[in-house]
Write a protein that binds this ligand. Structure first.
Ligand SMILES: Nc1ncnc2c1ncn2[C@@H]1O[C@H](COP(=O)(O)OP(=O)(O)OP(=O)(O)O)[C@@H](O)[C@H]1O
Ligand SMILES: [Mg+2]
Length: 429
């Protein structure tokens, strides 16, 4: 019986680091095998600010997923985001050779020619070059040009660039834990695979991932991405506002937000009261739930107004007839869809969670898993396997070895590896 291959996605977020181990199923869906989640530390706005903290949490998260799956992770697709990301839409042109048939080499040249138009800035690198569509001798909207006839090929390409050192620092943290970074993927690109439908991508949709430290944006139209961006304000700011204004500690503010949080004060019932414990004095007090909504609303307004501005600047706001999909932990705020619609041109808004999954889909049904699942889906679509499992007759010694690795070695790996020896960083494509 052949070995079964599985994939892994690693979402290094501001509030949690999440590992998903999954296996492509025969029906084209993805079976979830393992999920690991650990509270994040050492990450700010998508970038590493404390290497040791990040490595420790990655090791914890991966070990948890490995224990659940009973399989070791050797490589993973890793998400990247942050306000260092700058994306461009460029067009590249080549003249096809005299045979008049478009070849893979001609497509590559056209895409490269688009990339050459991106201004060269020191320490900036290209993270993605996504061919949106092609034109042959002026005929537009061609998705697969190879084998077609023509003399002039134009490629419209979405090019995502980022600061090289931000990616390298992330890659080094992951690789020091003993996991090869198979590819870095822009988080909204990965997330979109998990939550959007093909119809939405075709009609035009904006995906907004409200995380802890960043809110990621991606616009899709005619089946392809045409804008991506990020704003450095997200859910953790709401928690800080609650802690500051109600004079409670962060932990209580977080719990209060998750349990009683509202996108605006006017959706609370007037008689609803919520108990809080004042910091310092430890005194109990009761506050109207409406007040929690009134504290949160200006922050959510700010996030959505920044998103609107970002879409207006990119001139993509008239391309999103399919509406808005909110995802990420911050999207779980009660009433967030209504507020988003009011600020984003009255477009229809829905909340997006990972979809089209097979076994154990329930274990990742929250929108906080959208990016991790999207990364695993991306890896599966490119056949980039994290390892192979032996489906039957797995010898007991192999199971014991795998368990020993996850429980005893992985969590301590970062302390044993010399910090000066880094494996090579794979090229960004
Ligand atoms: N039920 C809920 N209601 C409101 N907010 C919530 C809820 N659950 C989680 N959150 C908020 O979602 C945020 C975390 O979301 P998520 O897990 O998507 O972020 P992340 O991926 O770690 O961060 P980032 O994407 O910014 O790096 C936190 O601010 C958290 O308070
Ligand atoms: Mg996130």
């Amino acid at each position: 019986m052949p070995a079964a291959q599985y994939v892994a996605g690693l979402d290094v977020g501001t509030t949690k680091i999440c590992t998903i181990i999954a296996q492509p199923a025969a029906d084209g869906t993805l079976d979830i095998l393992g999920v690991g989640m650990a509270p994040s530390a050492g990450v700010k706005h998508g970038g590493v600010v404390d290497r040791q903290d990040v490595m420790d949490v990655i090791a914890e998260s991966v070990a948890e997923a490995e224990r659940m799956a009973g399989l070791p992770v050797r490589g993973a697709y890793v998400g990247i985001t942050g306000d260092h990301i700058v994306a461009y839409n460029e067009t590249g042109r080549v003249h096809v050779d005299p045979s008049g048939e478009v070849t893979a080499a001609a497509v590559e040249q056209a895409v490269q020619s688009a990339c050459d138009s991106v201004p060269a800035v020191p320490d900036r690198e290209i993270i993605h070059r996504i061919a949106r569509d092609f034109a042959i001798d002026g005929q537009e909207d061609i998705k697969r040009p190879i084998g077609m006839s023509g003399y002039r090929l134009d490629a419209r390409v979405h090019i995502v660039t980022g600061t090289a050192s931000v990616r390298q620092n992330l890659v080094r943290c992951v690789e020091e834990v003993g996991i090869e970074v198979q590819r870095c993927i822009l988080e909204p690109v990965a997330t979109s695979l998990a939550v959007l439908t093909a119809a939405e991508r075709e009609l035009g949709v904006v995906l907004i991932d409200i995380g802890g430290g960043t809110t990621d944006i991606a616009v899709f139209r005619h089946g392809a991405i045409c804008h991506s961006g990020s704003v450095p304000v997200a859910g953790n700011y709401m928690t800080r506002d609650l802690a500051h204004l109600l004079r409670i500690d962060q932990e209580e503010a977080e719990a209060l937000k998750r349990r009683f949080g509202l996108a605006s004060g006017d959706i609370a019932r007037p008689e609803e009261l919520v108990q809080i414990t004042e910091m310092g004095t430890g005194e109990q007090a009761r506050v109207p739930r409406r007040l929690i909504g009134e504290i949160i609303q200006p922050r959510l307004d700010e996030i959505l107004l920044l998103v609107r501005e970002n879409l207006q600047r990119a001139e993509t706001y008239d391309m999103i007839a399919g509406g808005v999909v909110l995802t990420g932990g911050g999207s779980q705020l009660y009433g967030s869809e209504r507020l988003a619609s009011a600020i984003l041109w009255d477009l229809p808004v829905r909340r997006g969670s990972p979809r089209n999954l097979g076994k154990l889909a329930d274990s990742v049904s929250s929108p906080i898993y959208s990016t991790g699942v999207g990364l695993a889906l991306h890896a599966a679509s490119e056949g980039a396997y994290a390892g192979e499992s032996i489906p039957s007759g797995r010898p007991p010694w192999l199971a014991a070895l795998s368990q020993w690795w996850s429980q005893q070695v992985r969590p301590h790996l970062t302390r044993y590896l010399p910090s000066a020896t880094f494996p090579s960083v794979p090229p960004a494509t």
